[in-house]
Design a binder for this molecule. Structure first.
Ligand code: SF4
Length: 362
């Protein structure tokens, strides 16, 4: 099966390749070799909650549990859940009537919710609460007769879900290059919102250009780019000041992962690469490199970072230090359908948080 997410297509079903050891050569480098690990990195609270939601739905209702789109944008997480009995679909129309379906962390439009209800599906909404916050903002500004300029990427599921909450009043702004071509009906009643996983710097550039054209443009009531996206970008900026090469662990369709590559390159790294798995690291990337920065996107389990560190240690990069730019302890309640066990008792895993250790990480 192939699932599409914006620009990327991901084949589901290829489990993580066995970690390889002693594949990379330890060649001498003047000045020694070291790794700087960025923190925060990896799982955010919204991803953790969504993954737990699918695991708990499988425990509670048995297989199959259907999931609309990838629950989070990480091929390893998705293929692991698929092995446990989750079935990923692009559309609610593919789901047999009366089945259980989980909506992904990226959120859905009201039309999708209605489509699921029309098929009598038992829907569990794992939309990240920080995406739901943007949906509510869109609905409120729609109600108050504002036009919304949504900064985000065409085809991304989160953008489709947010636009679906105010379809007649939202214009998508993909990048600063779009700004000269934006057409609005009333420039005095205009607000910008954004996708949660964008580059902070590029988004502010877009906003400044929009404000030059529309001086009364209103800001969102609070930041739409979420805490996890911002924290990971701040951390990799700090690391990139000292790293010649940056390796970002995460999938090609993960917006915040791809932004981390961009941010590293814009902030001092001479080269930056994204890998799903440690086996994708190329020997030539390491030629003459003394300091390597490592981070991971918000949908990446830590086990995949550890495997990257293991392979780099084989190549002589065993000296690992960590740059910590923020502490995170945010947790979200699980979707209400999953907070109790089947006997009606409070479930001990009623909360999701990024410090949780997954059983399949062992
Ligand atoms: S990246 Fe941000 S918005 Fe997306 S799931 Fe994580 S916390 Fe929520």
């Amino acid at each position: 099966m192939t699932i599409t997410n914006g620009n990327a297509a991901v084949h589901i079903g290829n489990l993580r390749p066995a970690p390889t050891r002693n594949r990379l050569k330890d060649t001498p480098v003047a000045g020694g070799k070291r790794v700087i690990l960025a923190a925060p990195r990896g799982y955010c609270a919204g991803v953790d909650r969504a993954v737990i939601a699918v695991e708990k739905a499988l425990d509670r209702f048995g297989s199959p549990v259907y999931v609309r789109k990838q629950i989070v944008h990480n091929i390893h997480v998705v293929s692991t859940l698929e092995q446990k009995g989750a079935i990923f679909v692009d559309d609610v129309e593919e789901v047999p009537e009366g089945s259980h379906i989980v909506f992904s962390a990226h959120g859905v439009s009201p039309a999708v919710v209605k489509g699921a209800a029309d098929r009598n599906l038992d829907a569990i909404d794992a939309t990240c609460p920080l995406v739901t916050k943007v949906h509510r903002e869109a609905m409120r500004f729609d109600r108050d007769d504002y036009e919304i300029l949504l900064i985000g990427h065409t085809g991304h599921e989160e953008v489709e879900g947010t636009m679906g909450h105010a379809p007649d009043r939202t214009t998508l702004v993909n990048s600063p290059a779009d700004v000269p071509n934006i057409v609005v009906k009333n420039p005095d009643k205009l607000v910008w919102l954004s996708q949660t996983t964008l580059s902070v710097d590029e988004t502010m550039l877009t906003v400044n250009l929009l404000r030059e054209r529309f001086p009364t443009l209103q800001d969102p009531p609070s930041d739409d780019i979420c805490y996890a996206t911002q924290n990971r970008q701040v951390a990799i900026k700090k690391v990139a000041e000292s790293a010649e090469l940056v390796i970002v662990v995460g999938s090609a369709n993960s917006s915040n992962t791809v932004r981390l590559v961009d941010v590293a390159l814009e902030n001092g790294a001479k080269a930056a690469y994204r890998v799903d798995y440690s086996s994708e690291i190329q020997q030539e990337w390491l030629d003459g490199i003394s300091t390597i920065g490592v981070t991971s996107g918000a949908s990446v389990p830590e086990v995949l970072v550890q495997e990257v560190l293991d392979e780099l240690a084989d190549a002589g990069y065993a000296d690992v230090s960590q740059v910590v730019t923020a502490e995170e302890d945010l947790m979200f309640s699980l979707p209400k359908e999953l907070r109790k066990d089947k006997d009606g008792n409070d479930d001990e895993r009623g909360l999701g948080g990024r410090v949780r250790k997954l059983d399949w990480q062992a």
